[in-house]
Each structure stands twice: as C-alpha cells, then as structure tokens.
Write a protein that binds this ligand. Sequence first.
Ligand code: ADP
Ligand code: MG
Length: 246
Amino acid sequence: MAQSAPFVDGEAQHQLLREGRIKPRGLMPDCSNYTYLAQVRGPDGAETLAVYKPGPGETPLDDFPDGTLGKREVAAYLVSDALRWQVVPFTVYRANGPLGPGSLQQFIVADLREHYFSLMPARAAAFRTMAAFDVIVNNADRKSGHCLVDRQDRIWGVDNGLTFHTLPKLRTVIWEFAGEDVAANLREDARRVAGELALGKGWVNELRALISAAELRALTQRARRLAEVGRYPEPTSRWAYPWPLV
Ligand SMILES: Nc1ncnc2c1ncn2[C@@H]1O[C@H](COP(=O)(O)OP(=O)(O)O)[C@@H](O)[C@H]1O
Ligand SMILES: [Mg+2]
C-alpha cells in the first residue's frame, strides 16, 4: 500500500467499490466462507478497504442455492438503503472480481471488543431498527459479532448473505424486543418500501437481478406484514438462535 495513497469516503468511495481494482489481501478472521479483506484502487491511485466475498469461495449450504450469498449481501444493502435505515454498509456486486463474481462491501473500522451483547441495552434504539430489518429480509444468521460499531459510534449489520429465503428462517440473537410494538416511523418506512416493491420500479429492478421472483414476493409480504401487524415476532424454537451466538 503506497504511503501517499489517499483513502476516500462518501460518494468517491462508492465509485471505487463499483469500479476500482480489487486486490484480495487476506482472509478475514472468523469467516465461514472465503471472505477477504481487499484493497480497492482507482486509476488515480485513490484507495479504500473492502470485504470481498467471491461466489466460488462460498461453503455450500442445504437451504440456499450455491453461489448466491454474495447477491443476497447486495440485495440486503439495497433494502436497507431503500428503507433509509443504514443497517448495511455500502455493498455492490462485482461480476468481474479477481477470484470470481461476488459482493464487495465497504470495510467498517470497528471496535472489535464490541458486539450485540456488549452494546445492549445502551444501544437498544439502533437494535430495534436492525431487528425490524432482519424480520423484513428474513435474516437466518444475525450473530452478536455481526453487529459492528464504527468510530462515529454508528452500528452496522454485516454478514447478510443468509437472507431472503421464501420460508420463515429468522435466526438471530436479537430477541429482546419480541412481542413489542414496532415504532410508527419504522412501520411507515416498511409500508413505503412494500409499495415500491409491489410497483417494481427503480431500485427494485436492481433487486430483481439478485433474488428470485418468489423471494421478491415473499419480501414484499414480510415488509407489508411488519407495517400492518407492527409487532416484533417471538422465537418459536431453539433453531431461532444462531450458533455460535457471537
Ligand atoms: N464490512 C465489514 N467491515 C468490517 N469487518 C467486517 C465486515 N464484514 C465482515 N467483517 C468481519 O469479518 C468477519 C467475517 O465476515 P463474515 O461476513 O461473517 O464472513 P462469512 O460470510 O465468511 O461468515 C465478521 O465476523 C466481521 O468481524
Ligand atoms: Mg460469518
């Protein structure tokens, strides 16, 4: 890494993630797939760090089709962005990645001592939003360590690849709000996004390239149900908790 390379953020960083050259630098600790820390470089020498998940590096699973986890990572970002909840860091799909097509996500400089269990209950507001997001995307793997806090004290949810299944698969550590009413503003956002999904314009066209038509319909229904029922679900079995928890 050149000493003088300018690290960028904001829209310039998004542009780099969309188009920059990806150099995988090493595997992330605690990854269950081949998940790389990557350096991303633009033609002008600008650089940023990212998490690159090439499809060929995915560990096959029984319940999700092979090679689709990276697409689900990007779909989760699109839904987070459409909701305007900023749960998921900026993520793009790179069809031409050096180790195969996959997701490329903004690297969050996080305090690794912190995770869901250490951040609760002080950060309950942020986790109420994340829990509502996980219901909408049907997240099957929200571990405590997938909740990161950055230097601006913002909380992010990473590892969102096990999402959008058509069958109920919510599997999470965030059950503190079970049975509570979802806040009116979150329900309003869910209602708006359900409407956008039903219309199928704009960002939904991007989503259609990432998940199946049946998954898109199920997503629309979950968003609508959260808006209408407005209550956080209860765990129905031990399966509702991921392992390991952190
Ligand atoms: N965008 C990110 N920024 C910073 N760290 C990340 C990011 N995404 C993942 N990580 C870290 O890397 C670890 C492994 O990534 P994860 O997404 O869980 O990979 P896998 O799909 O292989 O399980 C996570 O537990 C987290 O600590
Ligand atoms: Mg993981």
